[in-house]
Unconditional design. Structure first.
Length: 1071
């Protein structure tokens, strides 16, 4: 019925409810209702909700019918046999359905009662009926906990035997490009490196604890050759629990995934020039030792900045001789087991300290063992080239915590970066200044490295609130800020800001300081009142000014300046601004304004030689190679940058006008466009702008430049230079009768004018617009006019440039290819009520130049594109309408996905592409899919050498050493950085159905960076991904000021559309 009930290429889709290690094999079914739903175009999300609802109903009915049967069939205390324990997780191979229509069916006759209950309740109950074991090849493993063939496991062991026996685990290989079969444990067993070695069974002793229910061993324990039972704990080993304590242990098992990461296909079919480059990586070696891991619980756990101080007191008092690395929150790692802490014994103590406000605080600290971290797992992962789906995350986290100990002493931590205030910080304006710092991260490929880079961040300036008000916001402290220009910006700045209050007066608390979080701006102290209780019990109201004068004997200097509301939102704590200071070193999770970002980028963008020198200075300060603590933990770190092999790809030959050009250093020149569209019917509107601007000269420049490009630009049909934003809608409606394109000059004073213009034009009127800022119109020249007309020609469905056919990558020469870009933009952390925007772009012409976009609004912070299937279905409809056929190949470039989300993308979005295609073409058809994840937010930098001021050349590719050893993974510098050090973009394939060789994928990616319509230069990542980002920005404009219910978006993500009459005229309106 729904998406999960269908068959895809003869394999069943994983059910959402499969959260346990067992699976229920459900026979696919068909019904007239299913076919009817398919015909009426029920959306993928709607089918999922319908299927989930029906599944829950069937679960309830089945459970009610089987409750009595369950009691007579099995009991909780029974110990399962080896075959029966995996009966629910192993689907017989003969149950695989043939391709065709599907329907939901009742469980087959041989399905056991316990398996149904296990699926619906998630209890993992054992089965009492033994299955006949399948014939296996020598060495084949059919369960993660199955013993080798020689091990006697045919008779269910007794409880006593369980206590004395050893668990034997083995990890099969996990590689290959074909989709995995979820009915086989080989698809979801832990790959090599994630807790245990591949192909070598490891014996572990079982814990000496009475059992009523046993959970599987954690991979972190099973990877060790021998672990004493005393070192095992409920969260990291095979532990029995009963009653309300029944819960699975922490596990390093990978997320279930229907697909496998494609392997490298190394060939040399693409011409390239070999070079060597420097990477900002330091080579590292480490020993395969076991490090004890502990959970630290603080009560109370606030304020956060006190917790490291509290922990240091505990360490100094009880563990002064132990080498401990603390992550500043709740985890610590020790080279030796800590005394008084065992798997069954916790250590608790109290610490008394004065907090930052001078008050005495008592913290209770509890240390609990959570097992050991075996660094040997990382080496096994490296040697055996483990899958990206199962990084040894806990082991890498342990090394990261060890590495950051030196930085924590002298830097302010902000995420994974560390900052300190420079001697002369750059003033970013509006209360912020730029701090510099460092980024460091452990990287493991077939070698181990530390990635070191400089970092920059805006911090609020530590100053008095009066200075902030006057110097940074140009406000008058003798008047309320409500009616002052810039008062709103100040109110936004102080909300959520940490401030220090200085207590005044002749009382005992005079001179003390207390830190609060500011909730916002309230009224001035001479008008703001609050209730106070007199000594005789009577209550009366006082103004804040009267309170300070009477109770504190302090006369306010600025009685008319607003107070700030601080502290708990449940209390009314008001402080005059003259008594407040901005706290030092607070890394706010905020988005800087456009001017601040521009200034920080300008200051942070340094040439390669300067950036390299700054990184060397960081390395010198951190003293990685001389650090004694690192060496005791077994870490040896080089102090020299790593030299890596690279290659430079040849640029494509481009068709422009009547000529062919080859880009040099990522740029080219063209006097005419390849396919110039005429601009015959157009107008110009200036909204709330300076009437002194010479618009006649601007219009003449647009006409002459457009004609040079071949666009045949005529004179405008109308010009309105005195328009107001309030009357713009009517002007556009009247203009639509005569023209289809309008230039709109927007005022520099109206921050939201651009959003309003786009909303009116594209959602209410249906007319194409090109907005130009007032400042740009004032200073326009021929180069600026040319760049504007490049966008205009694309909006008119013209073609600026294309790749010459004979130089196309092989994978594009056959035609019938759709290039897809996908991205999700999220609001800043301080915008909790703003939704996330998902955009998917897809090429709709044989040259892969013109794109269609689909937009969706979804719940904030959700990275997966919920409506991906329906959006792809709509793309395929447009492609088929324009080309009279469906694409045979679909190449997807997905932006914004971190390494920890690979499996989610493969299970959700990759599957959505396939299902959308089969909805359109039928179940038997399947396109060749290349699915690449595009990553820009990393700190890898490449340098020519240690002294050059120039960046590496465009087309530089690194696909060895610092990338995954066996998967299709590479860095590409496709552009010439205008300023600063070029950031390479990383690409990682999660699907390669066509088995395209690595160098052809690299060439395809590089060539697509030359088709961006807005300029005549290669961009830093492929055009479809760039367009997806532009589409997200357009969606932000189209939804600006609109309020969304996040709970409703969670249930029903909202598709966003512009008027159809505009789409009939142009699909490229968003560029």
């Amino acid at each position: 019925m729904g998406k999960q009930g269908k068959k895809k290429g003869g394999k069943k889709e994983p059910q959402k409810e499969e959260s346990t290690s067992s699976h229920v094999s459900q026979q696919p079914s068909t019904s007239a209702q299913d076919e009817e739903e398919e015909e009426v175009g029920l959306t993928g999300a709607a089918r999922k909700r319908k299927e989930k609802k029906e599944l829950k109903e069937k679960a309830k009915q089945t459970l009610q019918a089987l409750q009595s049967t369950r009691k007579t069939t099995t009991s909780v205390s029974e110990v399962p046999s080896e075959e029966s324990s995996r009966a629910g997780s192993e689907a017989p191979s003969e149950a695989k359905p043939e391709p065709g229509p599907s329907k939901q069916a009742t469980p087959p006759p041989d399905l056991k009662v316990e398996e149904i209950i296990e699926e619906f309740e998630g209890l993992g109950l054992p089965s009492t009926k033994k299955k006949k074991p399948k014939k296996k090849k020598p060495g084949e493993v059919t369960s993660p906990t199955e013993a080798p063939k020689a091990a006697p496991a045919q008779v269910p062991p007794t409880a006593a035997a369980q206590e004395s026996s050893a668990a034997v685990v083995s990890c099969p290989p996990w590689s290959g490009p074909e989709p995995a079969d979820l009915s086989s444990p080989l698809s979801w067993g832990p790959p090599p490196g994630k807790g245990r070695p591949r192909g070598r069974p490891v014996q572990l002793p079982s814990p000496q604890i009475p059992t009523t229910r046993t959970f599987p061993l954690s991979p972190s324990q099973s990877g060790a050759s021998s672990v004493p039972s005393s070192a095992l704990s409920p969260t990291s080993s095979s532990v029995s629990v009963s009653g309300s304590e029944r819960r699975p242990p922490r596990s390093l098992e990978p997320v279930l995934c229907r697909y496998k990461i494609p392997m490298k296909i190394p060939t040399r079919t693409v011409r390239a020039r070999n070079i060597t480059v420097l990477a900002n990586y330091l080579e590292m070696s480490f020993k395969s030792i076991e490090i004890s891991r502990y959970d630290i619980n603080f009560s109370p756990d606030r304020p956060k900045k006190m917790l490291p101080i509290v922990f240091q007191q505990v360490k100094k008092r009880f563990y002064a001789s132990d080498l401990i690395a603390f992550d500043q929150m709740k985890n610590c790692y020790s080279l030796r087991p800590l005394k008084n802490v065992t798997a069954t014994e916790r250590f608790t103590t109290t610490v008394d300290l004065l907090d930052q406000n001078g008050r005495n605080m008592t913290f209770e600290v509890t240390i609990k063992s959570t097992g050991v971290v075996d660094l040997g797992n990382i080496k096994r992962y490296m040697v055996e080239r483990g899958s990206s789906l199962c990084h040894p995350t806990e082991e890498i986290q342990c090394i990261d915590v060890i590495l950051r100990q030196g930085a924590l002493e002298s830097y302010v931590k902000a995420g994974r970066q560390f900052f300190k205030r420079p001697a002369n910080p750059v003033d970013l304006g509006s209360g912020y200044e730029m701090w510099t710092g460092l980024f460091q991260s452990a990287i493991f490929t077939n070698k181990s490295f530390i990635n070191i880079d400089v970092a920059h961040k805006g911090f609020p300036k530590a100053q008095s609130m009066i200075d902030c008000l006057v110097k940074d916001f140009n406000l008058d402290p003798y008047r309320p800020i409500d009616n002052q220009r810039g008062g709103d910006n100040f109110a936004t700045f102080v909300k959520g800001l940490k401030v220090v209050a200085s207590l005044v007066g002749n009382t005992a608390t005079a001179g003390h300081k207390r830190e609060f979080v500011c909730n916002g701006v309230v009224g001035p102290p001479d008008k703001l009142t609050f209730p106070i209780t007199e000594s005789d019990g009577r209550s009366r109201k006082l103004t804040v000014a009267e309170y300070f004068a009477k109770e504190k004997q302090y006369r306010l200097k600025y009685p008319h300046l607003n107070c700030l509301w601080v502290g708990s939102r449940e209390r009314c704590i008001y402080f005059p601004m003259e008594l407040l200071n901005v706290s030092y070193g607070q890394p706010l999770a905020r988005q800087l304004n456009e001017m601040q970002v521009s200034k920080m980028v300008k200051e942070a963008a340094t040439p390669p030689d300067e950036r390299l020198a700054k990184i060397k200075e960081v390395i010198s300060n951190m003293q990685y190679s001389q650090n004694k603590d690192f060496k005791q933990f077994g870490l040896e770190i080089s102090d020299k940058f790593y030299t890596v092999q690279a290659k430079i790809l040849d640029p494509p030959v481009l068709e422009v006008g009547n000529a062919k050009v080859t880009p040099r250093k990522g740029q080219w020149q063209a006097n005419r466009l390849l396919k110039a569209e005429a601009l015959q019917s157009w107008g110009l509107i200036a909204v709330d702008t300076d009437p002194r601007i010479d618009y006649d000269s601007m219009i003449s420049l647009i006409i002459s430049t457009g004609n040079q490009l071949g666009m045949n630009v005529s004179k405008p049909k109308f010009v309105n230079l005195g328009a107001r934003m309030t009357s713009l809608h009517g002007i556009l409606m009247n203009a639509y009768k005569d023209v289809r394109f309008v230039f709109v000059i927007v005022s520099a004073r109206g921050r939201d004018d651009y959003h309003k213009v786009k909303q009116m034009a594209e959602r209410e009127v249906g007319i194409l617009t090109q907005c130009i800022r007032e400042m740009t119109a004032r200073r326009i020249n021929q180069m600026t006019a040319k760049n504007i007309l490049l966008k205009v020609n694309s909006k008119l469905m013209g073609v600026n440039q294309a790749i010459e056919h004979n130089t196309l990558p092989k994978c594009l020469r056959d035609g019938n290819v759709m290039i897809v870009g996908a991205d999700v933009t999220h609001p800043s952390p301080d915008q909790s009520n703003v939704p996330s925007i998902a955009a998917v772009t897809a090429s709709i012409d044989p040259r892969c130049y013109m794109y269609n976009i689909e937009l969706s609004v979804q719940t904030p912070k959700k990275e997966m594109i919920v409506e991906f299937e329906d959006m792809m279905f709509d793309h395929l409809k447009v492609y088929k309408d324009r080309n009279n056929s469906l694409p045979k190949k679909i190449f997807v470039f997905r932006d914004g996905v971190s390494e920890g989300q690979f499996a989610q993308v493969m299970n959700s979005e990759l599957q959505a592409v396939q299902q959308a295609y089969q909805r359109m073409a039928g179940q038997s058809r399947k396109p060749e899919i290349l699915f690449l994840l595009v990553q820009k937010r990393h700190h890898t930098r490449l340098f020519c050498d240690g002294t050059s001021r120039y960046n590496v050349e465009p087309g530089t590719v690194v696909d060895t050493d610092i990338v995954h050893a066996s998967e299709l993974d590479f860095y590409l510098v496709s552009h010439q950085a205008i300023k600063g050090t070029a950031r390479p973009t990383r690409y990682h394939a999660v699907c390669n159905d066509g088995k395209i060789p690595d160098d052809e994928v690299e060439q395809l990616t590089y060539y697509l960076c030359h088709l961006y319509s807005r300029c005549m230069r290669a961009v830093s990542y492929p055009t479809p991904t760039y367009y997806a980002h532009l589409a997200c920005l357009r969606a932000r404009s189209l939804t600006h000021g609109e309020r969304f219910d996040n709970k409703e978006l969670e249930r029903h993500p909202k598709r966003l559309h512009v008027l159809d009459k505009m789409l009939q005229y142009s699909r490229m309106f968003f560029v």
